[in-house]
Design a protein around this ligand. Structure first.
Ligand SMILES: [Zn+2]
Length: 405
């Protein structure tokens, strides 16, 4: 079956999807891509990502190009290369194409697993898959409407049973007119939308027949198990094989760890968490109430015991547990010739001044120049960041003493 007469690229993976090495002739060199007369590289389509691999010049095997992405345009397959195409790759020359085996194998298994899950969901709930995104490790299936968690559980268990039972996967071309009525009835995909006279039907023994041009593994046992990654009602994401097992184990370990921390059984963790969150919120409320009481008491002490330099009274304290707005509230307005320097939650240093000769923003400005800290504010209230609050409070005191001389 050669289509090369009408300039179409012959797709070798349709007749032999296990073909990982092939010879072909360069038909055209495009800006960053090469078009061959035939290819075993799968071009991205139907949700399945493209193959990657190499193109090697047959007469000079040291000349290799990495194929990063493959796509089909108007029946011609373009192999996109990293970087510029060297001048020794010319039209008419023979190349050897090598497909990245691991990636292809993963994509075939991923794609086949999607057939199984979509077939199961359509079979038991009559819900069609409208789109699928098939990556090497993660598959996302978009359903035409939402399913419940119970329905999803049922579908995943059934799909896994089918996978593990080892069902044969076949693909074959049929003339549209040759397809029997009982095949048509259960066929996934819309036959009426296919323009070509021939269609490719991929079938999974006793489970599924669907119209598909992708690559698939030969037996569902090659896939391993599938395991949920994310669920949003009509969007199901899952992993398969070893990735699925790794995810199961890591989730189990996480839940077991959490159950120990919560002193409950693993299956009770989910029910315990809302209570833990409620308890935490209550504790936070109590804590902030206690903080307000503590702040009030400390502020009384601070105001009763100011530091006196000349005519100036200075209030200073570390209130790192309290919000700035509460500290300023408790401080109230300053009388004449008063300064306040507090550490508040952040930690941030807040300077409050009623002095005309030494404003709050002036103190902060000098402080920021002396340190690498950032800050600013108004003549009455200014603030600066602090990395070492004890040291920074000392620096500010020094600035004030110097200025007051
Ligand atoms: Zn398929």
């Amino acid at each position: 079956m050669s289509n090369s007469t009408n300039n179409h690229t012959e797709l070798l993976f349709w007749n032999n999807q296990n073909l990982l090495e092939f010879e072909a002739i360069i038909q055209e060199i495009k800006d960053k891509g090469i078009i061959l007369d035939k290819t075993a590289f799968y071009p991205e389509s139907g949700g399945q990502l493209s193959d990657t691999g190499q193109l090697v010049l047959e007469k000079d095997k040291k000349s290799k190009l990495e194929v990063e992405f493959v796509e089909k345009q108007n029946g011609r397959v373009i192999h996109y290369i990293s970087g510029k195409i060297p001048s020794n790759f010319k039209k008419g020359l023979k190349v050897i194409g090598k497909i990245d085996q691991e990636r292809r194998s993963n994509l075939m298994r991923a794609h086949t697993s999607q057939h199984v899950l979509s077939a199961v969901i359509e079979d038991i709930f009559k819900i069609k898959t409208i789109k699928a995104v098939i990556d090497e490790k993660l598959i996302t299936v978009y359903l035409e409407r939402k399913i419940t968690e119970e329905e999803l559980t049922k579908a995943l268990i059934l799909a896994n049973n089918h996978l593990l039972s080892g069902k044969k996967v076949n693909s074959k071309f049929f003339k549209k007119s040759e397809i029997s009525e009982n095949v048509k009835v259960n066929l996934r995909g819309e036959l009426s939308k296919v323009e070509q006279a021939k269609v490719r039907i991929v079938s999974i023994e006793t489970l599924d027949s669907s119209l598909c041009g992708g690559t698939h593994c030969q037996n569902t046992q090659e896939i391993g198990i599938i395991f949920l990654d994310d669920f949003k009602g009509d969007i199901v994401s899952y992993t398969f094989g070893d990735t699925a097992l790794e995810r199961m184990i890591s989730l189990s370990l996480g839940v077991i760890g959490a159950s120990k921390l919560l002193a409950s059984k693993p299956n009770e963790v989910v029910n315990r968490i809302p209570k833990v969150i409620t308890d935490l919120k209550e504790l936070k409320d109590i804590n902030s109430q206690l903080n307000r009481i503590l702040l009030k008491q400390l502020m009384i002490n601070v105001k009763e015991n100011p530091l006196i330099i000349g005519e100036i009274k200075i209030f200073r304290e570390d209130f790192h547990f309290a919000e700035k707005k509460f500290v300023l509230q408790e401080l109230g307005s300053l009388d004449e010739n008063q300064l306040a320097i507090f550490v508040v939650k952040g930690p941030i240093i807040v300077v409050v001044s009623s002095l005309k000769q030494l404003t709050a923003n002036e103190i902060v400005k000098v402080f920021c120049e002396k340190t690498t800290n950032k800050g600013g504010g108004s003549p009455t209230v200014a603030q600066a960041s602090t990395n070492n609050k004890t040291e920074d409070l000392e620096i500010i005191m020094e600035i004030i003493k110097k200025k007051m001389k």
